[in-house]
Design a protein around this ligand. Structure first.
Ligand code: SF4
Length: 362
């Protein structure tokens, strides 16, 4: 067991760097991950400086805050302006919407509250029985089961959910199915994979002939997963490999999957900067419609500027550019005055690169 958890071992790191060099193909390859936590680990630990020449690792649409479209932000703002208490996670209050951010709406008198979980929003509803309370729900398969759990646990009648949850596998397909981008392989997010299981990616690997390796979040986890992708590329294989078996099983968390299937149905959904992706959202099932904010309140929301002038967020989210390619990166776009959504969320690529800098290849 001790051996299993030796996650910061310099000797192992050196051995993995040797593997990366051994498996690096002669031609340049681009590997894409879709996870803000992976990007933080890669940037914070300078892992890109360890990659062989020609091997790139880019973040795709891995930040739920970044991909929430302006029309849904506007819907949340309008619900707050009409008198509902809108509860959401902290980063969501600062994302530019169609007109204003939720934080700006709060400054104008709207009741917008930051919560740490859907259960906290239910508590707000119980404490304010005369008010409508809307939980603005964002996040991938990791956070959606928490929303499902409160919906299925007889919440108070004044509790509603504005579901903007998104699913990762359809996003991987969208990255592959768009205009040609040479993606050699994916690192699948470890936390999402604990829920959906490694087998959820099998159809993608087989249909699109692209390696998918489930990766943990320690620096050595990530180096190991990259080495497995490179080995598959070199050997001409396209399979799902699980490089995070201490947390991820083949089938995933069946209880969480059951909660998701009972509370939600997959639906087409718009991802900011990317567009509509079939089957990539979660809508609340009809049986729970009394708690569905889209159903309960007829709010006409406006679409805003999904991509401010000069902002490269679309290209960053599609893994076709890195933050440093954007002429607005650092000046004027910073976490304190973000121009685009990728600089707002702490898991957005631009925000991560701003905070940790980029360590060039040696
Ligand atoms: S640096 Fe700012 S403006 Fe440029 S892509 Fe990132 S978020 Fe958009």
């Amino acid at each position: 067991m001790d051996d299993l958890f030796r996650l910061r071992d310099p000797a192992r790191a050196r051995a993995l760097v040797g593997l990366l060099r051994r498996y690096a193909p002669p031609d340049p390859v681009r590997i894409v991950h879709v996870c803000g936590t992976h990007e933080i680990a890669i940037a914070q630990h300078g892992l890109r400086s360890l990659l062989p020449e020609g091997v790139e690792v880019l973040e795709g649409p891995g930040c739920p805050v970044c991909v929430t479209p302006t029309v849904d932000l506007d819907r949340a703002v309008k619900l707050a302006e009409r008198g509902a208490i809108v509860c959401t996670f902290g980063d969501m209050t600062r994302v530019p919407g169609a007109r204003v951010t939720l934080a700006e709406a709060r400054a104008d008198g709207a009741d917008v509250r930051v919560v740490l979980s859907p259960a906290d929003a239910v508590e707000v509803a119980r404490a304010n029985p005369q008010r409508d309370v809307v939980f603005f729900a964002v996040g991938f398969e990791t956070t959606a089961p928490g929303t499902a759990a409160v919906l299925l646990d007889s919440p108070p009648p004044n509790f509603y959910v504005l579901s903007c949850h998104r699913l990762i596998p359809p996003a991987l397909v969208a990255l592959l199915a768009g205009p040609p981008v040479p993606i050699a392989g994916f690192l699948a997010p470890g936390h999402v994979s604990t829920i959906i299981g490694a087998r959820a990616y099998r159809v993608i690997a087989e249909r699109y002939h692209v390696p998918v390796v489930v990766a943990g979040f320690e620096p050595l986890d990530i180096l190991y997963a990259i080495a497995l992708v490179l080995r598959q590329v070199r050997e001409g294989r396209a399979e799902v490999e699980n490089a995070y078996p201490r947390a991820v099983s083949e089938a995933g968390n069946l209880r969480a999957q059951g909660l998701l299937a009972t509370a939600f149905a997959p639906c087409d959904a718009v991802w900011r900067g990317i567009g509509r992706i079939p089957g990539s959202g979660l809508s609340i099932r009809d049986e729970l419609a009394r708690h569905d904010a889209r159903h309960a309140f007829s709010v006409q929301a406006e679409e805003g500027e999904e991509k401010p002038p000069g902002c490269l967020c679309s290209e960053v989210l599609l893994a076709r550019a890195v933050p440093a390619d954007c002429p607005l990166f650092r000046d004027p776009c910073t976490p304190l005055s973000p121009v685009g959504p990728c600089m707002v969320g702490t898991e957005g690529a631009c925000n991560v690169w701003y905070r940790y800098g980029r360590r060039p290849n040696p």
